[in-house]
Design a protein around this ligand. Structure first.
Ligand SMILES: [Zn+2]
Length: 177
């Protein structure tokens, strides 16, 4: 195994041979995939990794040289980070930068903590909304919240996506329900 000292806390996006996002691994693991010719680097990160024999740029995105079959996962874990990512980091009510999570139908009134009832919201809208429903305030949601679908979601919910991964994750516009 090469002696690789990656940047602390960094990760690399792994794509299938078809460019479909698969998972996020440590930079060390991604470098090993590249060094063993199991993957090719398609986007460099910052810095250089040194092994006993080689030096290679820190991989930010790697693509497997052979297609791997992955079971289709229907359930995407509900996490704060994944909600923000689904909603494009925008408030569902005013489209301003989101800082909080709002339950559309308030939890205090029996609203569920589920993809269909949570949205990203700015602090101001969240505070104004309190324990009212959007209908009671005459507010409209930008789009009906729903569980996210698609390959990109395999890598979300666990960590903030690196901006260098944007081309492969296509997260800019959350899917309308
Ligand atoms: Zn707002």
């Amino acid at each position: 195994m090469p002696d690789i000292r990656p940047t602390v806390g960094s990760g690399a996006l792994v794509l299938n041979a078809t460019y479909e996002p698969l998972c996020v691994v440590s930079v060390r693991r991604a470098a090993i995939l590249v060094l063993s010719a199991k993957a090719v680097c398609v986007a460099d990160g910052e810095g250089i990794l040194h092994s006993a024999r080689d030096a290679l740029p820190v991989p930010s995105v790697v693509r497997l040289t052979r297609y791997v079959r992955v079971p289709y996962r229907t359930h995407v874990g509900l996490s704060r980070r994944a909600i923000f990512a689904r909603d494009g980091w925008r408030c569902a009510y005013c489209r301003g930068p989101a800082e909080t999570i709002d339950h559309v139908f308030p939890r205090s009134r029996g609203g569920r903590h589920a993809w269909e009832n949570v949205v990203a919201a700015c602090a101001r809208c969240n505070h104004t909304k309190g324990d009212k429903t959007p209908a009671e305030l005459g507010w409209r949601l930008h789009s009906a919240p729903a569980a996210p679908k698609g390959a990109a979601w395999r890598v979300l919910g666990h960590r903030a996506p690196d901006p260098r991964w944007a081309d492969w994750l296509d997260l800019r516009e959350p899917e309308a329900a």
